[in-house]
Design a protein around this ligand. Sequence first.
Ligand code: NOJ
Length: 575
Amino acid sequence: MKDISRKSVAITTPNVVYHVYPRSFRDSSGDGIGDIPGIIEKLDYLADLGVDAIWFSPFFRSPQRDQGYDISDFCDIAPEHGTMADFDRLLKEMHARGMKMILDLVLCHTSIDHPWFRGSASSRDNPKRNWYIWRDGRKPGGRKPPNNWKAMTGGPAWLYFSNTDQWVYFHFMPSQIDLNYREPDVKRTMMDIMRFWLDKGVDGFRLDLLHALYEDEQLRDNPLSWRFLPSDKSTSALFRSHKYDLNMPETYAFAVELRRLIDEYEPKRLLIGEVFGTMDELRHYYGPDSTGLHMVFLFEFTSTPFRPQRYAKLICRVEKALPAPDLPTYVFGNHDRMRLMTRLNHHTGKAKIAATMQLTLRGVPFIYYGEEIGMPNSRIKLRESRDPVGRKYAWLPAFQIKTLGFSLSRDGCRTPMQWDDGSNAGFSSNPAAVPWLPVHPAHEDVNVAAQQADPNSLWNCYRRLIALRKECSALRVGAFDLIPVGKPSKKCLAYRRTHYESTVFVYLNFSGKELRLRCPVENPDLLFSTYEERNEMLTAPDGRLILAPFEGIVFAPRPEKPPKDLTTGNVPEVN
Ligand code: NOJ
């Protein structure tokens, strides 16, 4: 592959981040639960894929009611995932391979079993009482929650404790109680926890539910909203807006404080926010003059239909709201969402188009484990769900669940990584182990080993794209411009990425029909095609470029040839 970057740039952000869900990646101990030594075994796989940063969903000590997002000790490793010595080795091995480590930091809440909460709940005058948000119930009799706030997963956002006759606030699930950031000791302690990991050398944090950190000081009732189902465009759902419990000005200010904290460290560290809201609300997390988070996840891609015009509209909106140097992060999949391959109806051609888009848009791409082989979602009955959100709705009749159009349990996208077609898909070192979630039956066909052996596989497509992105500064940091393609815009998305004098063009055919389009350059040089065997651009006799069905290509203007030495006909050597 040619190096087409004409200018070297100092880039502190990773080229590509891979998201590992530790429970499901690789089980080295043979107990059916993924662990840190298992991840270490697979680092060479990730290095070979071209990944240069990994975000780990939490592997800290936890009663695992929400698979590690309910933490009972922020500075210790859950025994089912390993030990602190394993963690130190993981970090060392990653850094030895030039990879950055991004930890999942759950600042918003603790487990209900955290000693801080146990103390806080034990009496009204416990020193930790104010670490959580306790209030009397509404009159008369205090039998009703203090206000009308709803939890993100539905139902009242308050839990009653009879021993102190007060209610405590939670935003997500009742087993995860929100910390009170208006209590200075809470803020100080959580920032010290960040320092603990930064001092160890971790390279950044993904901030869980950051937008829910502060609430209105007076805990005013939220206004009604017409929206019932949740969406990625706003936080309103279940007929409630979240005016007073999410995206508070204090949280925006805290994002800037967090940035100041990590900026004390060299080499530079990274902050990525999991925040929900309107584009306007999300914008605030970048801080005035980009002094806040480096990136926030943009979830709308996970619910956008596979149509070029819809993507074009969304990308333009993002480009306008988050111009450079701010970075967007388009989410294609994660541990809470239906898997990309299932959303695309198991169509490999479409998955290659999605991969090409993901790895050539502006911003930092995050690849969810298994996405590179097109792992599908599993169907797991709500009654058998390991996910607490799924269990919460297990009483709903099946026909009603279907009408929702989305999956209530998140287990389906969290099944064990499919390494090969053997027992347990190569997930566990112990062939007799019972994995914590059943392996998807498709593993016999859809697995890493099979796709590594096939040059035209989805895995090889991701690998070639990651390598191209690494080589090409225009793809990593270049400006983005949409290219109008006229009538075919219903079938084709085209854009240009430019960094100094390096320019590349991306053309994506979203249809099953061949397309012929005007070529934006005279002498195009093909750098990538989703059709692995393609070496040269396909052009029609009239000069138009040809895109085969579901073909995605990346090309650049062909560099001018150096002049020939007129006497010998040889190209002169450059010293
Ligand atoms: C968002 C995480 O992505 C999700 O998996 C988790 O259950 C909630 N935050 C609660 O921490």
